[in-house]
Write a protein of this length. Structure first.
Ligand SMILES: [Zn+2]
Length: 373
């Protein structure tokens, strides 16, 4: 759509004022006029404008020509187009910078938004864990747990025994670790921020040695000690949290987290968090003088049984990175046999009935096979 109005034109060469009709295309910002019987046009990025009282001045920096316009038929739509959306001179400059600059700026803006949403915001959100009081971890964990056990069958006897096993270990935990063994074929285990560790009979059935259970427990408890599920939840919800933060609605933060408590089980931790849980877990194994081969054994066994299927939490950086196995190998530590843990593990009912000597002997064999792999 075009707007026309009376204008006074100076051609930049002589001082003569020419009265003529100036048109303006509101879509493109292009100006059209006729001077000395020639049709001329100014592209939108070739001129800039200034308001002097009621007069609008348009300059063309290339040839110093200019227009003075007092006709509201032209000036009003022109100013609405440019001045209205661009109070700040930054924007008026941009508008005059033309199409290429607009596309460039749009791409840069999109790039920044993309980077923020992919990296900066999730990263920042993860750090926001320090702003959330640890008491909230209990609240959200308990909320999820209470719902979870309504739909799952708890094996009371195994729960008691695994709890006994865990209580014999020194786990650097500030929260009481509460074990729940759920009767299910699912090969899985997961930790909740409130200190619950849920272990499925499906994963217990895969184990043959107490070192493996100790590895699983050490890994899951490290997720709790380091508040990983809270960090992963914050990362997952970073988009929503970010927008409620920029809208100044920070009180909605905990509401958003609470209403997503059901995400706690299916959370996938980032590779960094898994690596940290392994590293911290191996430290706990050492502290308890338990052979770190438990980690490696569990990795190998679980990746064999869950091939192609949804991997258990313990392996959820899939495909199970060989880096994790390598790290376990590198941290090799033999420790010593913990008879108490071994006895409890036998009671849970998964281990073979080996004599003490056979048990030590088979561990040596396993260790050798794994080390030579
Ligand atoms: Zn994990």
């Amino acid at each position: 759509m075009q707007y026309k109005g009376e204008a006074i034109y100076h051609d930049g060469i002589c001082a003569k004022a020419n009265e003529l009709e100036l048109s303006f295309d509101i879509e493109t910002g292009e100006l059209y006029f006729e001077h000395d019987n020639l049709k001329k046009s100014w592209a939108p990025y070739s001129y800039h404008f200034e308001k002097r009282g009621a007069t609008l001045i348009l300059f063309n920096a290339r040839d110093y020509s200019n227009f003075e316009i007092s006709d509201p038929a032209f000036a009003v739509p022109f100013l609405q187009r440019f001045d209205g959306i661009a109070q700040a001179s930054f924007y008026t400059r941009l508008i005059r910078a033309g199409f290429a600059a607009h596309v460039g700026l749009a791409l840069i803006t999109l790039g920044i938004i993309y980077f923020m949403s992919q990296h900066a915001i999730p990263f920042a959100s993860e750090k926001a864990v320090y702003l959330i009081p640890p008491s909230f971890d209990d609240k959200i964990g308990e909320t999820y747990y209470n719902e979870f056990i309504q739909f799952n069958y708890v094996d009371e006897n195994k729960t008691k025994l695994v709890q006994k096993f865990v209580d014999k270990m020194e786990l650097d935990n500030k929260k009481k670790i509460k074990i729940t063994v759920v009767n299910s074929y699912e090969v899985n285990a997961f930790a909740l921020p409130s200190g619950h560790v849920v272990v499925y009979t499906g994963i217990l059935d895969q184990m043959e040695r107490y070192e493996e259970l100790a590895a699983l427990v050490s890994h899951e408890v490290s997720h709790i000690n380091k508040r990983h599920s809270m960090r992963a939840l914050l990362r997952e919800l970073s988009g929503q949290l970010f927008f409620s933060a920029i809208l100044g609605d920070v009180s909605r933060f905990t509401d958003i987290l609470m209403s997503n408590a059901n995400e706690l089980k299916g959370l996938s931790y980032s590779r960094n968090l898994e690596t940290e849980a392994d590293r911290e877990g191996m430290k706990l194994m050492r502290k308890n003088k338990i052979n770190i081969v438990g980690f490696q054994l569990l990795f190998e066994r679980l990746s064999a049984v869950t091939k192609g299927a949804e991997p258990p939490e313990f392996l959820n950086t899939h495909p199970l990175s060989s880096d994790r196995i390598k790290a376990a190998k590198k941290n090799m530590y033999r420790g010593e046999i913990n008879h108490e843990l071994r006895r409890i593990f036998e009671e849970i009912g998964m281990s073979s009935e080996e004599t003490e000597d056979e048990f030590s002997e088979s561990l040596k064999e396993i260790q050798e096979i794994l080390e030579n792999n």
